[in-house]
Design a protein around this ligand. Structure first.
Ligand code: DOR
Ligand code: ZN
Ligand code: ZN
Length: 377
């Protein structure tokens, strides 16, 4: 590990704090499922944003596949109200695209952090299959706001064509396969306005881990891919814009049931896993900061967070515990040896997390949506 670096808030430049302490900018996770409204037994805005702070994140962007899904004023208001009362880190809320909400979604854009299109079947009711409706969303959603797509395999190729024809940017969620990262690489080379994210679970777990984890606990969408797919993600790290957790908490009882829902928690393990990769020489620390802070801030047009930083002991070696801050109470990475531990998180000059303890008042997290920024709330 290169130690002679210090990252002051928001800056990718460095000096030494002491032998093993690094000060990083607040990390940004553009892809989390906080389960509110509708499934607070799995997670809510308080438990989820606490898990975020414990993992070094100071902004999280919440996904709309809740119950009800966030597709109109009424449902979005439910999430906004819960978050305003409970969040302990800053947050944005993505709207979901449905066949009926093309106009409504565009009107609600200033209250959201992006429009999410579910183009393959996954957890929850949001699934768009009609190509005409997909194009209408691309045409109607404001061009300066991001569109995010769950688009695997051939669906990915289709959505790249739609983005090209509609002359707008698109952000591809949780890329997991060789063919996907390669087509994104080639699309970028041809000048398409495409960005993408990869989840640590697709970098650190593969189909080889399924027997050890068991069938239910390895269910995730996109599914765990082959070691060759994971190798392709590592080999094309220069194509990857963001590391996003896709924190998707489900309880252990649900994971071990007859119908295990797909998804892994990830907020607390993402940074330690990625710092372990830095130790192993698989990624540069500067690059990691870009993918976990600078790039998501730019892609999602997020505000700077003044006087906000994360203190990390980069050399601390530990094993991921079974118990997590996340209400789901488990992790597929339990027992894994990692190096690098979040010690303290400072948000707007307040220590909000230190060595397992939380000092933030529920509701102190701010909504980063443009309309809330303007109001200064
Ligand atoms: O594994 C997944 N879980 N993939 C998704 O796309 C959704 C997520 C969830 O909400 O649980
Ligand atoms: Zn997804
Ligand atoms: Zn997701």
């Amino acid at each position: 590990m290169v130690k002679n670096r210090y990252y002051s808030a928001g800056l990718s430049s460095g000096v030494l704090v002491n032998m093993t302490n690094l000060r990083l900018p607040g990390l940004i996770d553009p892809h989390v499922h906080l389960r509110e409204p509708g499934a607070t037994h799995k997670e809510d805005f308080e438990s989820g944003t606490k898990a975020a702070l414990a993992g070094g994140f100071t902004i999280v962007l919440a996904m709309p596949n809740t119950s009800p899904p966030l597709i109109d004023d009424e449902s979005l208001s439910l999430a906004e109200t819960a978050a305003a009362q409970k969040a302990v880190c800053d947050y944005g809320i993505h709207l979901g695209a449905s066949p009926q909400n093309i106009e409504t979604a565009a009107q609600l854009a200033p209250r959201s952090s992006g429009l999410k299109l579910y183009l393959d079947a996954t957890f929850g009711p949001l699934h768009l299959t009609d190509l005409h409706i997909i194009r209408e969303h691309f045409g109607r959603w404001p061009h300066q706001r991001p569109i995010l797509c769950h688009a695997e395999d051939r669906t990915l190729a289709a959505i790249l064509m739609v983005a090209y024809l509609e002359k707008r940017s698109v952000h591809i969620c949780h890329v997991s396969r060789r063919a996907e990262i390669e087509i994104i690489r080639d699309a970028k080379m041809r000048g398409l306005d495409v960005t993408c994210e990869v989840g640590p679970h697709h970098l650190f777990l593969t189909t080889d881990d399924i027997p050890r984890l068991g069938a239910g606990r390895s269910e995730v969408r996109p599914r765990l891919a082959t070691p060759d797919d994971a190798a392709a993600l590592w080999a094309n790290m220069d194509v990857v814009d963001c590391i996003a957790t896709d924190h998707a908490p489900h309880t252990l009882a649900e994971k071990d049931s007859d119908k295990p829902p797909p998804g892994f928690p990830g907020l607390e393990t993402s940074l330690p896993l990625m710092l372990t990769a830095v130790h192993e020489g698989r990624i540069e620390l500067d690059d990691l900061i870009k993918k976990m802070s600078d790039n998501p801030r730019r892609i999602f047009a997020l505000p700077e967070q003044p006087d906000t930083w994360v203190d990390v002991d980069v050399d601390a070696g530990w094993r991921v515990p079974e118990k997590q801050v996340s209400r789901c109470g488990w992790t597929p990475f339990a027992g894994m040896p990692v190096r690098g531990q979040v010690q303290r998180v400072t948000l707007r000059n307040q220590v909000v997390y230190e060595n397992g303890l939380f000092f933030a008042t529920p509701g102190s997290g701010r909504n980063i949506a443009p309309v809330y920024q303007e109001r200064g709330s």
